[in-house]
Design a binder for this molecule. Structure first.
Ligand code: FAD
Ligand code: ZN
Length: 474
């Protein structure tokens, strides 16, 4: 059992990071001990804000010597409570926001080297300034940090074309749980010199070490984009539409998102300034984005032609093609505001972030709905997500239940119904958001025991004292 940090430890930490790099006042700790969803609340002995990798190393070394638990934190936008410090451990939060330098942009190598505390949107902007694209994009991009994106292996809306965060990294720098610095900041596209260690830290949710910097891949910036908001009769039609567009446009489709009418209604209700892109209401919508290097309006015209053919086949009921960047942004704003709108709706929301094979999405939606309706009265499914990746945010309100401890306990029943179906489909019960503290039980229940055993072995090897983000993942 880790020792409780003493005053002496706090003053050693203060000496390591300077007075402006540490605080212990309860009011200052507040933003760091609550999660974005407003569900979890913890407590910490101190928040430390190191400005350099050497400072991170010094802090972790002190924590290792004093067996003080460490909770790494980025923008604190994660969905599974992985950043919330367990008050009982009296841990130290290491907040990475001061390590926010873009160390280098190399347009020839198509790479950039960034510190872990860089906000994702700033990385996108720096890439754009060098006429390159860093394609990771998600609703929280204005506040999440690349260290958090890496540690959750975030997905987002461009996975279809560019992959998850894991696929966008060439090199990594990390501080190990004993305080040593591992410099793996290589910019190489080929390097088969043994185990690829960076992948251990990516998606580890801060349980194996602290990521301090990364070499990211950049891509050519598409000079032309086209965005369409489409009404479709059903998820089956959406899937057929995906297949049709994929056939014609191939990798030029960067995003293909499905959302139900219930999602749009939530956004219209809670997010000021949003409006329905279409005149009539429809049961399902698809938002797609295309990008390539074609001149002028060629891509938009090609998409328009494809939509006309899809309408003849009745795969699309109505559509709005963005006429300019502003309109495209407005469509995306609707899609990206769903998590926030869902958070602001009163009632108890049960969130599921699942993946199945792309072709099984319509059947999964049907099976999920049937099972929930059979078991619970008055469920409202807030279903949206990355259809092109086979990943749905299959969230559910059970009407009449308010946020309470009892409801939280009942969440177990709702999620079990959904995850058992996921299991039948050989899918994933956490496609994007990770495990954190929210899904530790599910990991035990649904993950292959051999895989869990291997994970434990890795954890013990890297963090034998168990000080890195205890109580999360395993
Ligand atoms: P945090 O929440 O601070 O941390 C997340 C985890 O990483 C924690 O375990 C933490 O301990 C660890 N961590 C953070 N920094 C470090 C570091 N430097 N070293 C080691 N460990 C670290 N996710 C998706 O995948 N796809 C989406 O489309 C998506 N959409 C979202 C939309 C909204 C509106 C919001 C609020 C969130 C969304 N998310 C999405 C959740 C997503 O996981 C986060 O937004 C983001 O990737 C986390 O970054 P963060 O800096 O906020 O990390
Ligand atoms: Zn998502």
């Amino acid at each position: 059992m880790p020792a409780v940090p003493r005053t002496a430890t706090i003053s050693r930490l203060g000496a390591a990071v300077g007075a402006q790099g540490i605080f212990t006042d309860p009011a200052d700790l507040e933003p760091y001990i609550n999660d974005w969803r407003g569900i979890y609340r913890g407590g910490a002995a101190a928040v430390v804000r190191p400005a350099t990798v050497e400072q991170v190393a010094a802090v972790v070394k002190i924590c290792a010597e004093t067996q003080t638990p460490v909770v790494p934190q980025g923008g604190n936008t994660g969905m599974c409570g992985a950043t919330v410090p367990n008050a009982g451990d009296n841990p130290v939060v290491i907040a990475m926001g001061r390590m926010n330098r873009i160390r280098n942009v190399d347009p020839l190598n198509n790479t950039m080297t960034v510190e872990a505390g860089c906000v994702l949107a700033n990385i996108q902007t720096a890439a754009a300034e060098a006429e390159r694209l860093f394609p990771l994009s998600l609703g929280g991009e204005g506040s999440c940090q690349i260290g958090g994106n890496l540690s959750t292996n975030a997905g987002g809306v461009n996975v279809l074309r560019y992959g998850n965060t894991r696929d966008l990294v060439l090199g990594l720098e990390a501080v190990l749980p004993d305080g040593r610095i591992w410099n793996g900041l290589r910019s190489l596209r080929k390097d088969n010199t043994g185990y690829d260690l960076k992948h251990l830290f990516i998606g580890a949710e801060g349980t194996l070490g602290i990521i301090t910097a990364a070499v990211l891949k950049l891509f050519p910036r598409p000079s032309s984009n086209a965005t369409a908001w489409m009404a479709v009769p059903s998820p089956d039609a959406a899937l057929q539409l995906f297949s049709l567009l994929r056939q014609q446009f191939g990798d030029r489709i960067t995003a293909f998102e499905l959302l139900s009418r219930a999602c749009l209604q939530l956004v219209l209700k809670h997010i000021p300034g949003t409006r329905d892109p279409l005149a009539d209401s429809h049961p399902w919508y698809v938002l797609t984005e295309l990008g390539d290097g074609s001149p002028g309006d060629a891509l938009r015209s090609e998409l328009e032609g494809a939509l006309e053919r899809a309408m003849e086949k009745q795969l699309v009921l109505d559509a709005a093609l963005a006429e300019n960047k502003g309109q495209s942004k407005a469509f995306w704003h609707i899609r990206e505001s769903i998590p926030e709108a869902a958070r602001d709706e009163p009632g108890m929301l049960y969130r599921h972030d699942i993946a199945v094979a792309v072709g099984q999405i319509p059947a999964f939606i049907r099976d999920g709905q049937a099972a929930l309706e059979q078991r619970f009265k008055d469920t409202r499914i807030i279903c949206f997500g990355h259809l092109g990746d086979g990943n749905l945010h299959y969230n559910t309100y059970v009407e009449g239940r308010l946020r309470s401890d009892a409801a939280a306990r009942e969440a177990h029943d709702v999620t079990t119904v959904i995850y058992d179906i996921v299991q039948r489909y050989q899918g994933s019960f956490s496609a994007e958001h990770g495990i954190g503290m929210a899904k530790v039980e599910e990991l035990k229940r649904y993950k292959n025991p051999v895989e869990i055993d291997l994970m434990r072995m890795v954890k013990r090897a890297l963090d034998p004292q168990g000080i890195m983000n205890p109580g999360k993942v395993l």
